[in-house]
Design a protein around this ligand. Structure first.
Ligand code: AMX
Length: 402
């Protein structure tokens, strides 16, 4: 394990900062390095984005690439587990078709946990990784009224199977191939993101009380649902579409630059830019823009994504308080999904979740089964100082009289 300097003086200024920069533990799957980017088990994510997603899932679980034989065994392990219990589908069918699909995902995870008799985190991680594409495809089909879930096929890869199970009505064969290509890369770049991102941290925190993998993942996915976290990909597409609507489809660099300046002057968020840790461009944004050149170079939203990436950083840099002026992963993902046939942005966070389940499950396995010589990390219990500041006002607000 790399040497880690954990010397840090905690001061009052660290309180109520969302634990920014406060060391908590070890992450054995991935690292976000402020000046370098994202690494999975030491591999720069941009260097592995074109591999088979199954290889990268294996890497995160077992911390090395599989041999041909190990990969074949792993594929079989996934295929043997990829059917979901009929009660999961039944529960989805009776849900109100309201609310964000992330609520449906949390519901599916809860029911999947009810019918899984396994108690072992490692086995539940594999079950969940195998089943989650089946569950997400079922959520989308049922919620969209496209019909019953389509069963997985034995002969297809992980993401090929997902696109098959979606069965998007009217999707041409050419666009289905584009969507598969996109989902393979989308899956890899969203699999994991260090140990301290909100959903991962929440998943590990829930598991620290020895809740099982499904309960822990339901908590993690609730955390991912927020607009500052997983839902940012959906918000970013709204932003891109709003930019196109404001400057018209024949935009140029000057019009886009003026728009960004206006937004900053109005204290509005420039979506798709900035990061809590990175201080260089998010390599995943570059990977997705390169893929966009291949899949949808003339798409209007994608052209806006590219122009924003070109002119945005210099303008955001003028605002000293913005720590990272570079495009992030969410800058491009929604526009690509839309261009490749997934036209309802409500599902983009669920797709993020489908991928992130892998990294979170792998990290939960480490914390529960391997950390501290196999004893596992103790139950999460940070310290809070009692404060009576604002209590009276808060109480009045809760009661609706303030
Ligand atoms: N547009 C406008 N203002 C921004 C900004 C942006 N893109 N990025 C940062 N700022 C502002 C912050 O709101 C904050 O303002 P405040 O001091 O008035 O509260 C100030 O600049 C300092 O913020 P920061 O230290 O640079 O960022 P952070 O760590 O607090 O937040 C993030 C990081 C991603 C939430 C922020 O950059 C942001 O809101 N970006 C736009 C939304 C977005 O694209 N989110 C997706 C992030 C990718 C991901 O993790 N999924």
């Amino acid at each position: 394990m790399a040497t880690t300097d954990v010397r840090m003086e905690l001061t009052k200024e660290h309180l109520e900062t969302g634990l920014r920069g406060v060391p908590v533990g070890f992450c054995t799957t991935s690292a976000v390095e402020a000046d370098k980017g994202l690494f999975y088990v030491g591999q720069p994510v941009e260097s592995i984005a074109d591999r088979d997603p199954e290889d990268v899932v294996y890497l995160l679980l077992y911390k090395r690439w599989p041999s041909a034989e190990e990969r074949a065994d792993f594929d079989q392990l996934i295929k043997d587990r990829q059917h979901i219990d009929p009660s999961v589908v039944f529960s989805l069918k009776v849900l109100p078709r309201r609310g964000h699909p992330m609520k449906w995902m949390v519901n599916a995870l809860t029911v999947m946990g009810m019918v899984n008799p396994t108690k072992d985190y490692r086995r539940q991680a594999l079950d969940l990784i195998a089943q989650i594409p089946v569950a997400v495809a079922a959520i989308i089909r049922i919620r969209e009224g496209w019909g019953d879930p389509i069963p997985p096929r034995e002969d297809l890869g992980y993401m090929e199977n997902f696109v098959h199970m979606l069965g998007i009505p009217g999707l041409s064969a050419a666009n289905a191939q584009k969507l598969i290509r996109l989902m393979r890369v989308f899956h890899i770049v969203h699999l994991d993101h260090g140990g301290g991102n909100l959903s991962t941290f929440v998943g590990k925190a829930v598991a620290s009380g020895k809740a099982d993998m499904y309960e822990s993942m339901a908590g993690a996915m609730s955390a991912l649902a927020g607009p500052l976290h997983g839902k940012a990909n959906q918000e970013c597409l709204d932003f891109i579409q709003e930019c196109v609507a404001r400057v018209g489809p024949n935009f140029d660099a000057a019009a886009v630059a003026q728009l960004i300046r206006q937004k900053l002057a109005n204290k509005e968020v420039v979506y798709g830019f900035g990061h809590a840790v990175l201080r260089v461009e998010d390599p995943r944004a570059r990977v997705l823009r390169t893929l966009g050149e291949e899949l949808c170079p003339h798409d209007t939203n994608f052209r806006m994504v590219k122009l924003l990436a070109e002119v945005g950083p210099a303008i955001l840099k003028e605002n000293a308080k913005i720590a990272d002026p570079h495009p992030n992963v969410d800058s491009a993902s929604g526009s690509l999904l839309m261009a490749c046939g997934l036209s309802n942005p409500d599902y983009y966070t669920v797709l993020f979740g489908l991928s992130r389940v892998v990294g979170i499950a792998a990290q939960i396995v480490y914390e529960r089964c391997e950390a501290r010589g196999g004893k596992g990390t103790p139950i999460i219990r940070p310290k809070y100082f009692y404060s009576d500041t604002g209590t009276a006002k808060g109480e009045a607000t809760i009661l609706g009289s303030g």
